[in-house]
Write a new protein. Sequence first.
Length: 257
Amino acid sequence: MIDERVVTKAIIECYTEKLLSCLEIDVAVCGAGPSGIVAAYYLAKKGLRTAIFERKLSIGGGMWGGGMMFNEIVIQDEGRVILDEMGIATRQYKKGYYVADSVECVSGLAYRAMKAGAKIFNLISVEDLVVRKEKVAGVVINWTAVEMASLHVDPLTIMSKCVVDATGHPLEVVRVLERKMNVRLNTPSGKVEGERSMWADIAEATTLENTKEAYPGLYVAGMSANATFGSYRMGPIFGGMLLSGKKVAELITKKIK
């Protein structure tokens, strides 16, 4: 016999317990795309309390759809090392080019990140940042449904030592900081440089180069890095995204520990 009251109580109590455990963490990752999930995996693996906040119902960002809904992605040699570590299958297409199933990639990355200790909260939007003494010190969250319905509902706060903007092309978190606080970012102009058009060869390299601290306490990874520092997009090749997630985790781990 199933008692619906027990089911409801179990969900509410366990979710509340999970959220309470993340009110004060080491790293808040904004966006559960490939770079965000990989970052969370390596951060959690190093013992840092890490949570991802994803505004959509699904996680995985643009990786689910592969290229134009052909759910395969391409990875180069360097990125393949990370998938090998995660136990995600790849197959060689040509020298230096490997193909992987996008659904297996997202599922595998998320599974490994959570098993390492990271928490993933979907359907939660990061609508603002906590800034203290010219340093980002947390995120301000609300239900995505509240945002979509334009309801006037006050948000809640998650305090963290570092924040990662892994929201991809929209660059949602950095833009909030720039708009609300009128701060100078660590970019050539002091502002968001903006994303350029497709050029995979350049974009893959600059994704890694641009993965860094954009403002004290606020890091950028994945496509957010190129959008912040003004480089190109790369399309359905994901090696740079995976490597960016690993790099930002290394930078933050070094800073915190």
